[in-house]
Structures are given as C-alpha cells and as structure tokens.
Design a protein around this ligand. Structure first.
Ligand code: ADP
Length: 396
C-alpha cells in the first residue's frame, strides 16, 4: 500500500507518494506560485526534475493535474490513503487523526490560531476528498507532538483568562520533524526508549528546538505562533513585544505591519540586509561582510542559549540532535553552537562534523554522553507512516 502525502501552503503544494512498508519515496514534487500566471508543477523522479508551466492554475487544478500525471504512470493504483500536513491543531489534537466532517470542523475552529496555514491545509483536504472519495484521509498536525507539555511549559505569564477566552498559550510547531528525528536519534545514539533526554534542533527556514524526555515533548521554543523562539530566516524569534508598539508609533503605522516585518523581514535577512539563506550568509561572512557576520554570530548564540535553557526541564542532556536544511548541512553552525555549549560537556569531533550532511547521519562529538549528532529529517515519511497506521493497511 502506498500513501499520497500532501502539504498545501498558501501558494504552493508539496506532494509525495511513499511506500511506508519499504520506507521508500516513489515520487515527489512541488507546485508553486499557484493562482498566478507563473504557476509551475515540478515533479522529481529518480533525482531528476521536470518542471512545467501551468499558468494561472490554483490548488484544485494543480492537484488534479498532478494526480492525472501520477495515475498515468500507475502511481495512484495502489494508494491506501492520503496524509495531510496540518499546521495548527490547537489543543484539540494530540495525535494524527482520520479526517471526518467533525475533524474538518475542528480544524476550521483552529483557523484563528493558524490564519495563514490552516485555510490552505483545508483546501488540500477538500480537493483530495473530491478526487479520492473512497480513500481514507489522515491529518498529521505540527502541534500534536507538543501537546504533552505541562502547564508550566505552555503557560504564558499573562492574564489567566486569555488562555480560556483567546487560546493564548504555547503550542509549538515542527512536531512531526522533532518526533521523527528524536526516534531516529535513539537508535543512532544507543539510548533507551524509556530513559532519554534529548534536545532536537530543527533548523530550516523556520527554526525551533524541542526538549524530548522519553519520547515526549516537554518543552519547545515556538509558541502561540511560529514567530517565538530562535532567530530564523526571516522571522525575528523572541523579541521584546514592546517593539511592536514602539515601531508602529514611530512610523505612525499599524502594529500589524510591524508584526509582518517581524515575520518576513527580520531574522537572518533583517540583520544581514542580504539574504534569509544561511549559505549566502556564510559566504558573505567568510568574505568579511560585517552584518552577515553579525547575523551568523547572533543565530548561533541565540540557538546555543535556547538549547541550554531546554536542559532545565530535561534535568540532564544525553544528546543534541541537529536537523533541517541548516542543521543537516551547515558544518559552521554546528561547530559554533557546539563550541558555545562546551560547558555541558560537548566536544566537537571536527572530522566527523565535516563528514556529516544530508543523507549521512551520526555523531559529531567525541564523548558518549552528552553527544551531538546529525539526523536527516523526513516529515513526509512520518506522515505516510502515521497514515498507514491509521488506515490499517487496507486504506478503506
Ligand atoms: P524549509 O524549512 O523550507 O524546509 P530547509 O529545511 O530546506 O527549509 O532549510 C533551508 C535552509 O537550509 C536555508 O537557510 C539554506 O541556506 C540552509 N542550507 C541548505 N544547505 C546548506 C549548506 N550546505 N550550508 C549552510 N546552509 C544550508
């Protein structure tokens, strides 16, 4: 049985067909700039790409075209289910769930918490239900893994009634990635499933860390929204919230515009003035660009301080896991971060650090405990595995 995995964003749609039994991806790709004249569908097969223009296509049309293409190649024949990435499940979902009309209604109720993400996620669910009426659909939530956090981790020190009235609490994101790499890291680091203390650092365009004790998330750096916590590609991460009123007042503008800048024009991009892309930052810093250097230094400093703070709820640290585009590929970020954390007993093995990258995982420090390691994330695979487990193998 294969699973179609869908991740619908506001103007993009990522897809993959995965054989969960063999843990093998048969095909994957992305439709981008949907709803604009520049819309494309880019299917990746056997390492190659074949982008084609589908000018003006919106999500429904693009997904139909993708499914047509996949079925011509026989890739939809053995589908047992469709797994959807859903960003915000609020406090309503603590695990992946078979999609029913009631579940759709609950995801809709979470729209105020995830106004940018949940609506396109729901579009993907609706279209897939139309295209595959007989097939089970499963929602896999970014927030679900962190629902094990206790009140002392998820409560903001704000007026108590805000939580009940407005849902103001910390939810955390990237849960699928944190759950996947935490599981993989146990085998890699030789740690027991019932007694371990990990910090997982998912460093992509969005960045977050999680504290994982015995398979459960006990704390994480993102909060009500993905804006909190680490410095990211374009997001500031945690800042003094008074900045919003201060800048809005000084610009005689709306606070929403400042919030938009904290989400889209800050982080690596804002500090460097160059780019949100860590490769560009590293190259410019190496060439002596002062603000690129500052952006790199700040990114690693905030990351290391956040990792250290997560050792408090864990009580100890057995392993620090790097993942995501930056975590898997940037030897420089890993080197600097581990060096900041030397006081925890982490000592970098420079050869091992240089040797690890995407597709190659393992330990990058010299000692047994604590150790730092690289584990490649695979959120699509975990969505496929959850979907297969929930549909029970027959997909109906
Ligand atoms: P997303 O969160 O969109 O899935 P990725 O996980 O692919 O993003 O991560 C993208 C980030 O990874 C970018 O900042 C990119 O610069 C960084 N990255 C990818 N390869 C390297 C590399 N070799 N060295 C440094 N950074 C890298």
């Amino acid at each position: 049985m294969n699973v179609l995995v869908l991740n619908c964003g506001s103007s993009s749609l990522k897809f993959a067909v995965i054989d969960p039994g063999e843990q093998r991806e048969l095909v994957s790709g992305i439709a981008q700039r949907l709803g604009t004249p520049a819309a494309t569908i880019d299917v990746k097969r056997d390492g190659g790409r074949s982008p084609r223009a589908v000018g003006g296509a919106a999500h429904a049309e693009a997904l139909r075209a993708i499914v047509d293409e996949l079925s011509r190649e026989g890739l939809t024949r053995n589908l047992g289910g469709v797994g959807h990435r859903v960003v915000h499940g609020g406090s309503r979902f603590s695990a992946s769930t078979a999609i029913t009309p009631e579940v759709i209604a609950k995801i809709e109720e979470c729209i105020p918490l995830g106004p940018l993400h949940n609506p396109p996620n729901l579009v993907g669910i609706r279209i897939a239900r139309e295209l595959f009426p007989g097939l089970s659909q499963v929602a896999v939530f970014d927030t679900a893994f962190h629902q094990t956090m206790l009140p002392v981790a998820y409560t903001y020190p704000v007026p108590h009634e805000w939580e009940e009235k407005f849902g103001v609490r910390r939810y955390g994101f990237h849960g699928t990635s944190h759950r996947y790499v935490a599981r993989r890291a146990l085998a890699e680091a030789g740690l027991p499933a019932d007694d371990h203390a990990l910090v997982t650092a998912h460093l992509g365009n969005g960045c977050s860390c999680a504290a994982v004790r015995n398979g459960r998330s006990v704390d994480t750096t993102m909060g009500l929204t993905p804006l909190e916590g680490l410095m990211m590609g374009t997001r500031s991460g945690s800042v003094d919230p008074a900045i919003i009123g201060h800048v809005a007042g000084a610009r005689r503008g709306a606070p929403e515009a400042v919030l938009e800048d904290l989400n889209k024009k800050s982080g690596l991009l804002g500090v460097s003035g160059l780019s949100n892309d860590m490769r560009t930052i590293e190259e410019a810093a190496a060439a002596g660009h002062p603000r690129a250097r500052l952006a790199f230094d700040l990114f690693c400093s905030i990351l290391a301080k956040s990792i250290a703070s997560l050792v408090v709820p864990l009580g100890r640290l057995d392993a620090l896991v790097f993942t995501g585009g930056i975590g898997e590929n940037s030897t420089a970020v890993r080197e600097r971060t581990v060096s900041h954390l030397g006081f925890l007993g982490l000592v970098l093995d420079p050869d091992a650090n240089a040797a690890h990258g995407r597709g190659r995982h393992g330990r990058i420090t010299t000692g047994e405990r604590p150790q730092a390691l690289v584990v490649a994330t695979n959120e699509e695979l975990l969505i496929a595995l959850d979907t297969a487990e929930i549909v029970g193998g027959n997909g109906r």
